[in-house]
Design a binder for this molecule. Structure first.
Ligand code: ADP
Length: 261
């Protein structure tokens, strides 16, 4: 097995009196393509925010390449040097789509504006949104905004490949998209994983069957604060785990309690 890239050891997190994660152990390996799945409200996004360094655990430890992370992260580059991008980050309302997608390059690279503009256009085209660079987020539908934030997350810096993220964190990247737009994003997630300069890792939170199937090699199932099951994506068909079986059958009968969220 590849090297552990990210490890959560005994991580707990509560909001008020609600314990969302209860001593969770979870490992992401170099080159991993993992889907974190489970019913709504079980802490999947919380896991991503902890990994991204946007939240701190109440107890337990987070290791990146074997080094313990202390504190929160600064602009996606972790103190121990693991570049991460969190796709769900909000767009800046006062900036155009072009300025949002190219944000990091406009801020931190020496590339001329027209070169950044070209990279932005290429990414917009990849997510099926050519020609909307001049619009503002408020002028877009929810699904379009989501794809713009995706286009921003996958922006690479050709000037300095060392700045390119090693880990992409996707929070429901296909939620609310129609089936064709979903397929575009799912195929992109796959193709983006490996480029000339090597393979990255990603963790994806999703509910959508097609997204689990098309993007994940491995699945981690969270429920009631714990990892209830994990295994290769094909094993979700054959596992006897009653929680996993109920979830994929969409059944109201079984160990998962129906809650109104
Ligand atoms: P999931 O992604 O599995 O749907 P989340 O990680 O978003 O679940 O949330 C898990 C639970 O924690 C939910 O009950 C949610 O309301 C709560 N929660 C998440 N973030 C916060 C926060 N910043 N403040 C208060 N409660 C939160």
């Amino acid at each position: 097995m590849a090297e552990p890239l990210i490890e959560l050891r005994g991580v707990s997190k509560a909001f008020g009196n609600t314990v969302v994660l209860d001593q969770v152990d979870l490992t992401i390996y170099q080159g991993d393509a993992v889907a974190v799945i489970g019913p709504s409200g079980t802490g999947k996004s919380t896991v991503l925010r902890l990994i991204a360094g946007l939240l701190e655990p109440d107890s337990g430890e987070i290791y990146l390449k074997g080094q313990r992370r202390e504190g929160l992260t600064d602009e996606g580059r972790d103190s121990v040097g693991v570049g991460m991008v969190f796709q769900q980050a909000a767009l800046f309302d006062s900036l155009t789509v072009d300025e949002n997608v190219g944000f990091l390059l406009y801020q931190h690279s020496k590339l001329p504006a027209n070169a950044i503009h070209e990279l932005v256009n290429r990414n917009l085209e990849m997510v099926g949104l050519s020609g909307i660079g001049d619009r503002y987020p408020a002028q877009l539908s929810g699904g379009m905004r989501q794809r713009v934030s995706f286009a921003r997350a996958i922006m690479k810096n050709p000037e300095n490949p060392a700045d390119n993220p090693e880990v992409l964190l996707y929070d429901e990247p296909t939620a609310g998209l129609d089936p064709i737009a979903s397929t575009v994003i799912e195929d992109l997630i796959r193709t983006l994983q490996c480029a000339e300069d090597g393979c990255t890792s990603y963790v994806i939170v999703t509910h959508q069957h097609s997204t689990i199937r098309r993007t994940a090699n491995r699945v981690i199932f969270l429920y009631q604060g714990k990892v209830q099951w994990q295994g290769p994506v094909n094993d979700i068909e054959t596992t006897n785990n009653p929680i996993v079986r109920q979830f994929f059958a969409g059944s109201v009968e079984g160990p998962i309690h129906i809650v109104s969220t």
